[in-house]
Design a protein around this ligand. Sequence first.
Ligand SMILES: NC(=O)c1ccc[n+]([C@@H]2O[C@H](COP(=O)([O-])OP(=O)(O)OC[C@H]3O[C@@H](n4cnc5c(N)ncnc54)[C@H](O)[C@@H]3O)[C@@H](O)[C@H]2O)c1
Length: 363
Amino acid sequence: MDKMVDYKSLAAFYKGKKVFITGHTGFKGSWICLLLNQMGAKVIGYALEPPTTPSLFEQIGIEKEITHIIGDVRDLSMLIKAIEVNQPEIVIHMAAQPLVRESYKNPVETYAINVMGTVNLLEAIRQNRGIKAVVNVTTDKCYENREWHWGYRESEPMGGYDPYSNSKGCSELATAAYRNSYFNSKEYQTHGVALASARAGNVIGGGDWAEDRLIPDFIRSIIKGEKVQIRSPYAIRPWQHVLEPLTGYLFLAKALYEKGPEFAGGWNLGPDDSDAQNVEWITHRICELWGNGAGFEVDKNPQPHEANYLKLDCSKAKVELNWYPQWNIETTLESIVEWTKAYLNKENLKEICLKQINRYFNL
Ligand SMILES: NC(=O)c1ccc[n+]([C@@H]2O[C@H](COP(=O)([O-])OP(=O)(O)OC[C@H]3O[C@@H](n4cnc5c(N)ncnc54)[C@H](O)[C@@H]3O)[C@@H](O)[C@H]2O)c1
């Protein structure tokens, strides 16, 4: 079985396709805009202003290469209008409040954006004719966490201990309800919409500037010449480079577009088991790769609850979508060190991202 990503056929499919991306000003959103742009797609982005300063979105100057809409997913009428005016064929929903600790501070806003934002988008899609494929991006944290040492499968129940994880579980349930009620496979000939959701792992890569995430915290500490403070050193997470799930979303949307409801439902898009490492291991390794005395210490303050073990079973995506992780954790961490050194040396960051995209796809 061929385990390399077939970039050529992916790019041939996306060339000229109108793809509506919510959350395009964020970390994953900026990378997917760049990737789709490289493939010749017509990208329409819908999001709030970039959530961080600095932001990858501004650093790679992608705004001028896409249709850039500043809008709130809580605003149904604006979403309906944006879809009506731009008539996309594919929708990838990534807009969210994506941080666990922020969700403890602002649960109502987290639910409003992550749950009602999803419902509004699905409703805007329902009221439109012409969209064929929809991918709702949720998370590995949407499952009811049983602290299992093995990976969660797509059929496992939704849950979520904290407001963020639970809001993504709710977003999954709303997606399933819309699929059953309005985009049912039995009536596919009438509505023509194939709707799926994708659950990725802990996504890392150059250009993430979010608060309270390990790699951005590490980079900020390096810049200040301080040791990075880590929380939950023994928590195991499925770490993966940002290009891994993004490629998975593109595979999935293509399959939905070409083959319809056969591919509707939930999909895990995580790394291989050997790349699910604990926080301390990851921090130690990235400090080694960085050199120059980078170090870390464990933050002993009490922390809000977060799961200890979290892995995904991605057999379904491998067998049915023929999607495979391309980079192991070592290559991923090396790429982050490369990106960050380029940032500190004031190099052209769009060029660095493109170089990494080319390397990822063996171009
Ligand atoms: N980064 C990860 O480790 C990870 C892992 C699994 C899943 N995810 C999911 O992937 C998606 C993208 O995550 P990210 O890391 O790029 O986050 P990010 O914070 O960098 O980007 C979030 C995006 O959502 C937009 N947004 C926020 N509230 C909005 C609103 N009310 N209306 C419109 N847009 C709004 C922001 O403007 C931004 O464009 C999210 O759905 C997140 O839950 C992320």
